[in-house]
Design a protein around this ligand. Sequence first.
Ligand SMILES: *Cc1c(COP(=O)(O)O)cnc(C)c1O
Length: 405
Amino acid sequence: MLRETWAEVSLNRIRENMLRIRKSLPYSVKLMAVVKANGYGHGDIESAAAAERAGADYLAVAYIEEALRLRGAGMKLPILVLTPIRPEHVQLALELDLTLTVTGARWFAEMRAYKPYASAGKLRVHVKMDTGLGRIGIRAKTEWDELVPWLRAKDIEVDGFYTHFATAGEADTTFLEQQAARFMEMKQWGRASRLAIRHYHCAGSAAALRFPHLAMDMVRIGAAMYGYYPEKLVHSIKLEPALSLHSRLIHVKKLARGEYLGYNNSYRADEDEWIGTVPIGYADGWTQRMQGTDVLIEGRRAPIVGKICMDQLMIKLPGPCAEGALVTFIGTQGEQRITFSELAAHIGSVAQEISTSIGVRVERTYTDTEEVYARWNNPTKPNDIKPNVNRPAVSKSIAGKQAAI
Ligand SMILES: *Cc1c(COP(=O)(O)O)cnc(C)c1O
């Protein structure tokens, strides 16, 4: 590591979180590990490996490129692509053995130009229903009725039928109950069609932890796998964040009372004070919304002062600290702890916005990897992944397909 700013990810925490979630649900419920957005910033391949080790049945990503990376690394689990793909990419999806989200008849009509009825390969799909999130999916019975004939084709396998909740993390459950009731109605459409639909599912992390009776055939676990969940609303299970974020002081100086620091003279010293500079900035995801938060140094809290720059920021030190001292942005030092929930509350968002914003310049290092990698079965490069070593290269044949996208 050349630069002293890094995110430390415990793969065993991810594995342990998944095991706890599995234990909290009926045994027949399948576990889908959501590793989109580079595994919520934790590393997609590493997180997928940890989830697989915990017995995940499925993986999910948002986009086809993300699935390509997982297949390139030798991931064998079924992968659901949560966002509809363009019809012309259907052959690529078949080659990669992906499961696709579909939301209507028009997609099928266009897709048929790229996968004629007589062609080889069964296309596995999950139909997405919009029960109130208003993002993607079928809302009306007429849309479903138009879609059904396309789903009856011999080369189509309807592996799933699902929806997503808008308010699963909120204390007020009124809207969630409405969505659940709507999904139950829609499920009857599915049943009545006599299609062999294999999995009905509706719960993401918060719903799966709070309302196990909504788990149905499968739950889609993203946030909770990394340790983020509505802690105030879930008491039956305890999960731990897998990621911590650290850096080191690169410069220490004394600022005299009345002197300025930062762009636009954004801070003025009230007294003679010690200032430390840390090599992390908004280009690394520590955006100016983090103004007003603390970091940890020598086991104590220290506030960020002045505007956060692109590559560096300044903190007010509790005293004359040594250059090279560890600075923790997320995680624990001694008795002190800075949590994702604290930071998320400060920026008015959720933990996963912070973890996914940690930029590509910040190296991810992995701890507790042995348990996970012991079972890693990458057919091309068996022992390629080691702690703190870059992830394996995508195999040539699959890398070539990148050009097709
Ligand atoms: C991202 C996503 C999930 C995972 O949600 P979490 O709250 O992070 O568990 C589940 N389902 C869909 C459709 C998603 O887009």
